[in-house]
Design a protein around this ligand. Structure first.
Ligand code: PLP
Length: 288
């Protein structure tokens, strides 16, 4: 069952207009969440980011935070899912062809809940391959990466480059050549026991997983550095990992020609473990 605007409908009835500006122009925003044992992890944070993305594109959401929270749980439960991937999409809605957002009086809301598909265990055991690609991350004064928007061509182009180079994820640099982020992930590296990650100012999405990782690292007494980093600093790192809501903390074994010893990736493992503890605490209702 899919949540479409105001109700749950079967998949084959969940249809959106060809005049929807989400389809015509990528005009809209979205969030991806993960449910653990029927609990939508960090739901409030995701809804807050959805509202923030919407406000950055001057889109007024058709529902309140509470209504969206409720709709997300209804969708999860209608599909009888415990371990799930949930996507909340809000587009500008249907209207005549033309860019003026005022042409679309009613935004379209879609919530999809699918069973969560585990990543192959080898990704965590051995690490994944990442390529630093030629496609640059959107310039933040053109399309701010803080907007989690439906306009994903920047990321699709980067991902295509990664695929062509046999890599699992692409890492983009910003317009000035500083490391920014992956196509659907944030990047971290460890050098001399300091956990480093590009700062939001570089022009990245303020990942919710990223925030949790920075918190757990600080709680564990790991030194953290958010800043501007060149690709060389990644190549010379001791450990590298990527993060997002579904993958959590995923070790990287290779960036371009630089190899990392994943089995020795101590800080990555400790951080992932601490992240899982946060998930369990959240599920027990401690952190909601
Ligand atoms: N960066 C980009 C471009 C993303 O699309 C995502 C998530 O899909 C992330 C980072 C990670 O964000 P989060 O940890 O909130 O899932």
């Amino acid at each position: 069952m899919i949540y479409l605007n105001n109700m749950l409908v079967p998949d084959n009835k969940a249809v959106v207009s060809v005049f929807d500006h989400g389809f015509l122009y990528g005009d809209g925003v979205y969030e991806t969440l993960r449910a653990y044992d029927g609990v939508l992890f960090k739901l409030n944070e995701h809804i807050e980011r959805l509202f923030n993305s919407a406000s950055l594109i001057k889109l007024k959401l058709p529902k309140t935070r509470e209504e969206i929270r409720k709709a997300a749980y209804e969708t999860l439960q209608a599909n009888r899912l415990k371990e799930a991937y949930v996507r909340i999409t809000v587009s500008r809605g249907a209207g005549p062809i033309g860019l003026d957002p005022r042409l679309c009086p009613q935004p379209t809301l879609v919530i999809i809940a699918n069973p969560f598909k585990d990543y192959p265990p080898s990704y965590y055991k051995k690490g994944v391959k990442v390529a630093i690609v030629k496609t640059r991350r959107n310039f933040k004064r053109a399309i701010d990466p803080q907007i989690k928007s439906l306009n994903f061509l920047n990321n699709v182009l980067a991902k295509t480059e990664a695929i062509n180079r046999g890599a699992y994820e692409a890492v983009m640099l910003n317009y000035r050549g500083y490391v920014a982020e992956g196509t659907i992930s944030n990047i971290f590296f460890v050098k001399d026991k300091v956990l480093c990650t590009p700062s939001v100012e570089v022009g990245i999405l303020d990942g919710i997983t990223r925030r949790i990782i920075l918190d757990v690292a600080k709680e564990m007494g790991v030194k953290v550095k958010e800043g501007r980093f060149r690709p060389d600093e990644i190549y010379e790192a001791d450990e590298v990992f990527i993060s997002n809501t579904t993958m959590e903390v995923m070790p990287v074994k290779e960036v371009d020609n630089a190899m990392f010893n994943v089995s020795g990736g101590d800080i990555t493992k400790v951080i992932h473990k601490a992240y899982r503890t946060k998930v369990r605490e959240y599920m027990r209702g401690k952190d909601r």
